[in-house]
Write a protein of this length. Structure first.
Length: 117
């Protein structure tokens, strides 16, 4: 499949799908820890825009990869936030699936970084 615009990238599509799940979770978390809910939303919300901004600069492979690395960092960061929720008892094991999906997203972004030329 040809990549016509950023919305054709699977990592972009997945980051948007996961954003909805994080927002839904953050509504629950916000009742007990508003600050953590804000961090969850902020971190999850920045992944797709980083991918999009990098894609817009794809004429510079180095620049595109730099933005992908930042998006991967945010994906990894959200995993940490989700684990923190578990540690402090703000989320149950239901976030394990979300953690695995973000780990998968990070791996997919990493693969894209390595393969893009």
């Amino acid at each position: 499949m040809a990549i016509i615009d950023v919305s054709d990238l699977r990592v972009y599509q997945l980051s948007l799908r996961l954003l909805k799940e994080v927002y839904d979770l953050s509504v629950i978390v916000e009742r007990r820890d508003k600050n953590m809910a804000i961090h969850l939303r902020k971190t999850a919300a920045q992944i797709a825009p980083l991918i999009a901004e990098g894609y817009a600069k794809k004429s510079s492979i180095k620049e595109f990869k730099r933005y992908l690395e930042m998006a991967m960092g945010s994906s990894d960061e959200i995993v940490t936030h989700l684990k923190q929720l578990q540690v402090v008892g703000l989320a149950d094991t239901n976030v394990d699936c979300l953690i695995e999906e973000y780990r998968s997203l990070s791996k997919q972004i990493n693969t894209l970084i390595k393969r893009w030329n």
